[in-house]
Design a protein around this ligand. Sequence first.
Ligand code: ADP
Length: 516
Amino acid sequence: MFPDYRLRQREHLLQISRAMTARLDLPSLLKLILENAVEIVSGQAGLVVLRREDSTLYPRARYGLPVQAIHFFEPLWRDLPTTADRHAWQIPDLSLRLNLASAAAGLPLRQVVALPMVIKDEIIGLIYIFRSLGAAFTGNDRQLLGDFADQAAIAVQNAHLYQQVSDERARLNAIIENSGDGVMILGPDRSIRAWNRTLAGMTGVSAEEAIGRRCYQILGLHNRQGISVCETACPLVKPREDKRLYAEGDTLRADGVKVSLADNYSPLYDAEGNIVSVIANVRDVSRLREAEELKNTLLSVISHELKTPVSIIKGYAGTLVRQDANWDQETLTDGLSIIEEEADKLNELINNLLDASRLQAGGLKLQFAYLDLPSMAEKSIEKLRTQTNQHTFSTDFSPDFPPVKGDYERIREVLSNLINNAIKYSPGGGLIRVGGWVEGDEVRVFVSDEGIGIPTTVQEHIFDRFARVDNSLTRQMPGAGLGLFLVKAVIEAHGVRVSEESQPGQGATFTFTLPI
Ligand code: ADP
């Protein structure tokens, strides 16, 4: 009968051990440990104390004990022997300590057994089981509980480790998630495992959409030759020498905007040199790229647009200066006028470039005055009329057109830029109208022509720096694509707006407003 009972006890113990090792959540594991430990030896109450990192012990779980009684029990784990040999280990005066605690707490607990949970000779905690009446704990009870405590120690240690790993992972996730750079983690099959918030913002693709898919399906990073560089930059096996794994390319964001991204890969390899995972650091380099392109455009514009007038000037000057030729007055005058015209163009281009860079550097300083726009328009037309004999001009200002507040020199530039464009981009001639009317506390001014117009697809970019519509006419026409950029900047500096309306093939109308 007796051995049978023991056998059942052992079986029970085995079952609990299995249940314990499956539990990784510490509070529920400790509850399981205590309930079963109390049950195995028919106790009434129990306590588990655990060791903190600073090696002090603290009560972590209780069974059958009111919470307010716990502090009376503290002497039970004070000044404990340090030897970790479980078989020899005993708390001196344990019964006395219990009697004092029970009396102080007003509890009827009379018997106690304490078992250390030992891992690698170190006590990580203790299990206390109490009985209120009856016999003292036997050697068999101790034996049983001792085995149980060994199992419990392993389970507690596992739960601790699991907790540590979870905490570590949460910390790492928080770092990745809140990084100012885009971060993605790829698995060995190159599928996306992690995708942080910054990257979602950069690409317009959420983590839910990205995770599980391949980088090239989501990021589609293409270099200038149109080759997908998402994966090619990061080899599957460890390269012989340490080289920087870097890719730069363009991708289309979900909203259709093109962004340039730079990817820095940090692969982790296993002992055989195969990829385990790859951490990719992604930066938005659109602005850098833009600046680079701008610099290139600037250089090509300068070289192209400056070269033409300079070579014309040099050609005419070289011809006129020849000693052996005897030029008549008309030839001289024609030649010199061309030189003057080309010099004017050069001057205008240089001014535009200077203005554009001034704008970039710190805004435009305006000097406000009251302007008589109708007469300014007349003057601009007079000046430009000489350039063409194909166009007719008209001004059309409403009779109540008031003086407006603005910077004389800048507004004059705006008008002459717009009229100049109207002439340039209506090679077949036609009527160019300049006019305006009052609209609330603003005036609206327009310059219209009957020229080639502007294709709808490029209308929104027409005011960008160096923007030119690419067609056979603009290829022949000199121009740096700065005129409208400056027009917009000047008008916006006045706190108002400029806009453009155009029916391709039927001319263009530019309008801007100014405060009265
Ligand atoms: P630029 O004339 O030096 O090229 P702008 O900034 O003045 O530069 O104009 C930018 C582009 O807008 C021009 O290249 C041209 O393609 C287009 N454009 C400007 N004005 C007109 C217009 N009145 N009609 C048609 N196209 C125009």
